[in-house]
Write a protein that binds this ligand. Structure first.
Ligand SMILES: NC(=O)c1ccc[n+]([C@@H]2O[C@H](COP(=O)([O-])OP(=O)(O)OC[C@H]3O[C@@H](n4cnc5c(N)ncnc54)[C@H](OP(=O)(O)O)[C@@H]3O)[C@@H](O)[C@H]2O)c1
Length: 291
């Protein structure tokens, strides 16, 4: 089975490549090789004749998107449209990745795929518009929303925390935004299971299990990294409200996703996020550390 992965140099793209099952002929392209914003990306994909397109390409700079709206929409909406058009013309399957930031966080209980989106920032609005564009063109697309992603490499909260914990004695981390840290390895496994089983379409949710604030996540990163020898001294981590750490983009206070239906359909239940964090940091340590 030929599977095309866009955004192959991103966190999820790399995990998809690393964890591709035997029997998959992988066509993995980073932005340089396949720019999804370009109209020519459609005939290029048609010529490759994949059986499945996984659109992992995205504009993910949440704060920067506030001042780079056109750039965010070009990738997150234009790119989604191009990949959906190619999938429709080929009659192939489309897996498009989206985000918990389509929600405003006001609901106070986990969001199901049927919950009403109401993005608070430009990034979230562009991702929601991308979902809608992909579904309008390719109604049977699998739209997989996830959250708080991190991998062994890439620019993410885990690596930012490790860097700051090495250079600062004290860190302030917000404790009033609640979500679920999610390892890209588990998400990649979910994508491959969905592709192999032909099990899912429509909007689905995937994250690891459990909930945390960014503060809880930071404390767990410190504890796990200390145990693995990735940190030599325990920086102090202090909880602060979001109001003490203003950012250009507003973020949902509570963006936990209800994954029940997806987990059941795939017969795949991830472990608690802290176990996935321990696995990821163990792999980082095994590879010789993150810096
Ligand atoms: N990261 C999170 O916390 C998070 C949370 C929820 C949902 N998601 C969603 O999960 C998916 C994967 O995210 P990720 O964390 O893997 O993001 P990532 O590490 O930022 O990867 C995105 C990749 O897309 C590439 N890209 C950007 N513009 C492109 C273009 N025009 N054509 C082709 N590729 C392009 C980027 O290339 P460059 O490196 O050259 O820019 C990057 O390699 C995205 O849909 C994202 O919205 C992420």
């Amino acid at each position: 089975m030929k599977v095309l992965v866009t955004g192959a140099n991103g966190q999820l793209g790399r995990a998809l490549v690393r964890l591709a099952p035997a029997g998959v002929e992988l066509l993995a392209y980073g932005r340089d090789a396949l720019d999804v914003t370009q109209p020519q990306s459609v005939p290029r994909v048609l010529a490759m004749e994949p059986a499945v397109i996984v659109n992992a390409a995205a504009y993910t700079a949440v704060d920067q998107a506030e001042t780079e709206r056109a750039a965010a929409y070009a990738v997150n909406v234009g790119g989604a449209e191009h990949m959906a058009r190619a999938a429709r013309e080929l009659g192939c399957r489309l897996v498009h990745i989206s985000t918990d930031f389509v929600f405003d966080g006001a609901q106070g209980r986990p969001y199901t795929p049927e919950s009403k989106p109401n993005p608070l920032n430009v990034y979230g609005a562009s991702k929601l518009a991308g979902e809608q564009a992909a579904q309008a063109i390719k109604p049977d697309a699998l739209i997989l929303r996830t959250a708080w992603l991190y991998g062994e490499t890439g620019s993410n909260f885990v690596h930012s925390m490790l860097r700051l914990m090495r250079t600062r004695a004290e860190l302030h981390v917000v404790d009033d935004q609640i979500g679920t840290p999610t390892a890209v390895a588990g998400l990649a496994q979910c994508v491959w299971r969905a592709i192999e089983g032909r099990l899912l379409s429509g909007i689905q949710h995937w994250t690891d299990a459990g909930v945390a604030s960014w503060y809880d996540f930071a404390v767990a990163i410190r504890q796990t990294a200390m145990a693995l020898g990735l940190l030599q001294r325990p920086a102090a981590v202090l909880p602060v409200p979001s109001s003490a750490y203003p950012t250009p983009a507003s973020r949902p206070a509570f963006s936990v996703l209800d994954k029940t239906a997806t987990w059941r359909a795939l017969a795949l239940t991830p472990g608690h996020w802290s176990a996935a964090l321990a696995d990821t940091l163990a792999a980082v340590a095994k590879a010789g550390g993150d810096s």
